[in-house]
Design a protein around this ligand. Structure first.
Ligand code: ATP
Ligand code: ZN
Length: 347
C-alpha cells in the first residue's frame, strides 16, 4: 500500500544549501586538530573528547525532541544474531555492505596452522600481507549490526501480537557498513540513533511525517543549511536499480541532507524510512486485527551531524553561534518546546 507523504511539507527546501559549499579539507583539518583520530584505515576513526561531547549532547537533544513519544528505550551491542540477520534479507539488497564476525574455533593442530599462517603474514611487508591465517577462522553466530533498528523487529515479533497503539522503540548503536572511503561522512563504523514505529499504515505514516518535521526543526536549531529530498538505498547489482527505482516511486525513503565534506554533493544526516509491511511479513509481526504490521524508522547519523556542525560552525566549539551553544550546552527544553509548537507536532 502506497501512502505518499504530503509533498507540501516535504519539499521545504531551505534555500540555503546551494550557496553553502561542502568542505573536502574537513577530514584533514579534523585529524590535524585531534578531533578525529586517524587509525590508518579509511572510515575507521578514533573520537576525541570534544567530538564525543558533541555526540552526547546531540543524543540528549534528540531524546528531548522525542520525549512525548513514550518510546521504549532499548540498547543493543553493535552485533546481532546471525539467524535474525539471515531472515532480514539484508544480504539480498546489500551483500557488499555487510560485515560478519569470525573466530578461531579449532584445536591445538588448528592453532598451530593459525600461527604458521600468521608468521607468513608478518614476514612480508605491510602492503602485500596475505589473509591466509583467516582460513582458520570460522563464522560465529553473530554479525555486525548494519542499522540500529535491525535487532528490534524480530524482538517485537517474539513478543506476540501488537497492542492497539502499536509500538515505538528508541535505539542507539554503532553500526557497520563495509564502505571504506576517505569521505569522513562515510565511515565503516558509526552510530545511529533511531526511533522505530511499528503499527498500522496510518500510525506509521503519521510517525514518519512527524519526524520529517521534527528532524527539520532539530537541524534548524543547530543552524545547519539543509534540504529534504526523496532518496533510495544503494541496492546491489543490476536488479538493485529496479528496486531502487520502485522505492523512489513509492516515496519510501526521504533524507535530510547537509553539505558536509563531499564536493558538489550533499550528505544524508537523517533518514526517514517507511518499510511498508516488509519487516512485518518477514517476522510475522501482527496487529490486533491479525493483519501484518507496517514499520518506519527515523535514523539520526550521529557522526555525520557532528561533522556537519564542525564544518559549518568551525573546529572550536566555544566559538559556535550563541544559540547553538545554548541549545547543546544550555537549556534546550524551552527551545524544543517552541520549535515543536511551531511544527504543530507536539503531543
Ligand atoms: P547513504 O545514502 O549516504 O549511503 P543511507 O541513506 O543509506 O546513507 P541509512 O541506511 O538511511 O543511510 O542510515 C541512516 C543514517 O545513518 C543516515 O541518514 C546517515 O546519517 C547515517 N549513515 C549511513 N551510512 C553512514 C556511513 N557510512 N557513515 C556515517 N554515517 C552513515
Ligand atoms: Zn532503521
Amino acid at each position: 500500500m502506497n501512502m505518499p507523504t504530503e509533498p507540501a511539507v516535504l519539499m521545504q527546501a531551505e534555500g540555503q544549501t546551494s550557496s553553502v559549499a561542502s568542505d573536502p579539507t574537513l577530514r584533514d583539518r579534523l585529524i590535524e586538530a585531534g578531533i578525529l583520530i586517524d587509525t590508518g584505515e579509511n572510515g575507521l576513526y578514533g573520537r576525541s573528547e570534544v567530538f564525543e561531547d558533541v555526540v552526547d549532547r546531540l543524543n540528549k537533544v534528540i531524546t528531548l525532541l522525542g520525549a512525548d513519544q513514550s518510546a521504549e528505550v532499548l540498547r543493543f551491542p553493535p552485533a546481532m544474531r546471525r539467524h535474525d540477520f539471515e531472515d532480514s534479507e539484508y544480504l539480498k539488497s546489500f551483500p557488499d555492505l555487510a560485515g560478519t564476525i569470525h573466530a578461531f574455533q579449532g584445536n591445538d593442530r588448528g592453532h598451530h596452522r593459525l600461527l604458521e599462517a600468521l608468521d607468513k603474514t608478518l614476514a612480508v611487508g605491510d602492503q602485500e600481507r596475505s589473509d591466509e591465517w583467516m582460513d582458520q577462522q570460522k563464522p560465529t553466530r553473530l554479525v555486525l549490526t548494519p542499522a540500529a533498528c535491525y535487532p528490534v523487529y524480530p524482538l517485537i515479533a517474539r513478543r506476540g501480537k501488537l497492542a492497539e497503539e502499536g509500538a515505538i522503540v528508541d535505539v542507539f548503536a554503532y553500526c557497520f557498513r563495509h564502505e571504506p572511503s576517505i569521505d569522513p561522512g562515510r565511515m565503516q563504523m558509526f552510530r545511529m540513533r533511531e526511533y522505530i514505529r511499528v503499527g498500522s499504515p496510518a500510525q506509521v505514516m503519521a510517525f514518519r511525517q512527524k519526524w520529517i518535521e521534527r528532524g527539520s526543526a532539530l537541524v534548524r536549531l543547530l543552524q545547519l543549511p539543509f534540504e529534504i529530498d526523496l532518496a533510495n538505498d544503494p541496492f546491489f547489482g543490476r536488479g538493485g536499480k529496479i528496486v531502487a527505482d520502485s522505492q523512489r516511486e513509492q516515496q519510501l525513503k526521504f533524507e535530510l541532507l547537509v553539505p558536509v565534506a563531499t564536493p558538489n554533493k550533499l550528505t544524508a544526516c537523517l533518514s526517514f524510512n517507511y518499510h511498508m509491511e516488509h519487516f512485518g511479513e518477514i517476522w510475522n509481526i501482527q496487529q490486533t486485527d491479525d493483519s501484518l504490521a507496517h514499520t518506519a524508522c527515523v535514523g539520526f547519523g550521529m557522526e555525520r551531524t557532528t561533522l556537519a556542525l564542525f564544518r559549518h560552525h568551525g573546529l572550536d566549539v566555544t566559538k559556535w553561534p550563541e544559540a547553538v551553544r545554548t541549545f547543546l550546552w544550555g537549556d534546550a527544553a524551552p527551545m524544543i518546546a517552541d520549535a515543536l509548537a511551531r511544527t504543530g507536532t507536539n503531543a
